[in-house]
Structures are given as structure tokens and as C-alpha cells.
Design a protein around this ligand. Structure first.
Ligand SMILES: [Fe+2]
Length: 363
């Protein structure tokens, strides 16, 4: 069951401030006339604010700095010495974008009001202003601010939750297919441990070729799951000791494409894993399957896994042939490098395991 979405933090109040008493939110009043300032402060205190005063724009910015921006509301006069209302508004909007600024002016030009609103003022009031009007405008401005903050909070939180759940879905899917891979190997004594060994060989080879981080993780997973499509191949065909009929060979060649289809939920997050599964039986000379790709058109990840897969197949006993020694298998890898296998991947594999005689080949 999904966890409930937590309540927004204190910085994102849901409702407008009450008209009297209950709130202790900060409010900064900036006006160079002490009389006007005091009268505004009295009105705002009656509305429940903890008020701070400043006689100029510069003083106002210093107060906000002391409050570390913890003032949801600023009310500022337009005409002030030094930094005037417009300059002050610009600074506040830039430094504290979540603070709502109401501009006050004795001027009646609509152009000034429009300029202020363009600069991000939440409202523009003309002096003299009554208690009722101030309270109504403040309430409206803070309601809007709360909605913006709440909306942002829910959006961010939901994005995080969606990402978490997508990751969880992918993890569960992967656990499922890894269990399937184990089940496949459990049925087949000859390939037991094959996927894990291929994955280990391929990761060491890829690291030699410069793969790291998530790209290396894809090699690891692709190696583990490369034969997952064999779950759809009849056991009688998988374990047949003699040579295969055309129809049986066709069934074997279907496992890469079937595996890719099974793993399609990884297509968005890990497309390289799907490339490995689909293309690990391609050959450089174009005689592989299922697509007959040639040379560099075969994804490098798949060419690396092909080397690891070929080495492990040769050094493991199969129903239709005995296993080879590691040295013999390496000689064979080098012999087919350039026609079947990527020569760089073969040499990277050999250099990643300088002491092949010590490999736990039957692990
Ligand atoms: Fe395979």
C-alpha cells in the first residue's frame, strides 16, 4: 500500500493568515516616514504578524538578511531615498523569490503599478489605505503564495515518489528474471553457473576496454541474462547430444530475440542489456544470428559478452562435446578473432585473466 504523502513543511502553509492574533509570521514594513510605518505595523500586528521596520531599501535588505529570508510578506513604499521601492523590489525578488512584496504608493500613475507587477510585486496599493482593505489584500496575497508553495511541494514530492516506485518496479522485475535465469540453469547440469561466469568474464573484459559505472553494470546484468530466452527452447533440443536438425537449430536461434522480448521492460532504463541479449550470437563476418549484423554494427557490449560466452562454452563440458583446456580455448578465441569475435575484445579478455589456469572454471 502506498505511503500517504506527508504534510507540507511549515514554510508552505495551506491557508491564509487569520485576521487576528493566531499567526506569528514575520512581516517587514519599509517606509521612510515613521508615522506611516507605525500605522502600517499596528494594522499588521492586529492581523497577527510579527513586524519588523526599515526606513529605506538598504535597511530593509539588511533586516531580511538577518531574518534569513524568513519573512513571507514585505510591504514597501515606492518613494524612498537611496534605494527606492522599485530597486528594493528587484533585490527582494531576486534574493528571496518566495517572499511576497506589496508595494505602496501615494502616486496614482497606472504605469508605476504595472511596472511593479511586472517586476514581481504581489500587489500594489495606494495611500491612504484603510485597515479593512490592507487586511483583505494581505490575505489574498498570502493565499496565493501558499498555493504556489504547496503546489511546488506536491509536485517535487510526487516526482520523487514516481521515480522511487519506477525503480522498485524495475528491481522487482529484475529479481524475477534473475530467478528465472537460475531456474533455467538448475534444469541444465551442463550450463550450471554459466551465466554468472559469463557475467564475470565480460565485466573484467569490459573494464579493460574502459567501461565503468552504470555501463559496467549493464554488462554485468546482460551477461547474467544473455541466455534467458532459452527458457522458451525445448529441453530435448537444449540437451541433444548429437547434431541438430534444421528445425532444432532454428529453435536454438530464436532464444536471443525471445530473451529480448522477455526483458522489454528494461528497454527504457537499460537498453544496452537488451542489445547484449539480442546480439550475443552475432558474428563479425555477418554469419551470426538473429540479425546477421556485421563488424561494428554489432553493439560492443554484445561483442564482449560473445567472447566471454564462447570461452565459457568451450571450457565447460557439453552434451555434444568434451571441454577444452583454458589455453586451448584461448588459442581458439584468437583463431576466430576477426571473423567470429572482436579481436580487441578477445585480447582484453586474455589480458584481464593472465592466469587462466587458476580460473574456477566449474564454479
Ligand atoms: Fe546464447
Amino acid at each position: 500500500m502506498p505511503e500517504p504523502i506527508p504534510e507540507p513543511p511549515p514554510g508552505a502553509p495551506a491557508a491564509a493568515l487569520p485576521v487576528a492574533g493566531a499567526s506569528t509570521a514575520n512581516c517587514l514594513v519599509v517606509d521612510d516616514e515613521p508615522g506611516v510605518r507605525r500605522s502600517l505595523v499596528r494594522m499588521l500586528e492586529a492581523q497577527g504578524f510579527r513586524c519588523y521596520e526599515a526606513g529605506s531599501g538598504h535597511e530593509g535588505l539588511a533586516v531580511l538578511e538577518r531574518l534569513q529570508g524568513e519573512s513571507p510578506l514585505v510591504i514597501s513604499d515606492m518613494r524612498m531615498p537611496e534605494l527606492d521601492g522599485m530597486g528594493f523590489l528587484k533585490e527582494v525578488r531576486e534574493r528571496y523569490p518566495d517572499t511576497s512584496v506589496i508595494m505602496l504608493s501615494g502616486m496614482t500613475e497606472t504605469a508605476t503599478a504595472v511596472d511593479c507587477l511586472h517586476l514581481g510585486a504581489a500587489d500594489f496599493l495606494l495611500k491612504p489605505i484603510s485597515l479593512g482593505e490592507l487586511q483583505a489584500r494581505v490575505t489574498r496575497v498570502l493565499e496565493k503564495r501558499a498555493l504556489v508553495l504547496q503546489n511546488r511541494f506536491y509536485q517535487q514530492h510526487l516526482e520523487h515518489r514516481v521515480k522511487e516506485q519506477a525503480q522498485r518496479i524495475q528491481d522487482l522485475f529484475l529479481q524475477g528474471v534473475q530467478m528465472l535465469a537460475r531456474a533455467l540453469e538448475a534444469k541444465d547440469a551442463y550450463t550450471r553457473g554459466h551465466s554468472i561466469r559469463v557475467s564475470r568474464y565480460a565485466v573484467a573484459t569490459a573494464a579493460r576496454l574502459g567501461f565503468e559505472g552504470p555501463a559496467l553494470d549493464c554488462i554485468r546484468l546482460g551477461g547474467e541474462l544473455h541466455d534467458i530466452g532459452k527458457i522458451g527452447t525445448r529441453e530435448a533440443v537444449l540437451h541433444k547430444p548429437g547434431s541438430l536438425t534444421d528445425d532444432e537449430f532454428r529453435q536454438i536461434t530464436e532464444h536471443p530475440a525471445l530473451g529480448e522480448r522477455m526483458l522489454s521492460p528494461l528497454a527504457y532504463e537499460s537498453p544496452q542489456v537488451l542489445c547484449i541479449v539480442r546480439s550475443h550470437h552475432e558474428r563479425l563476418d555477418g554469419r551470426g544470428f538473429p540479425d546477421g549484423l556485421r563488424g561494428d554494427t554489432i553493439p560492443l557490449e554484445a561483442r564482449i559478452v560473445a567472447v566471454a560466452d564462447t570461452f565459457d562454452a568451450m571450457t565447460t563440458e557439453r552434451p555434444y562435446r568434451a571441454s577444452r583446456s583454458p589455453d586451448d580455448a584461448i588459442a581458439e578465441l584468437r583463431r576466430v578473432a576477426g571473423t567470429q569475435l572482436d579481436p580487441d575484445a578477445v585480447e582484453a579478455f586474455v589480458s584481464a585473466f593472465p592466469d587462466l589456469g587458476a580460473l574456477p572454471l566449474s564454479a
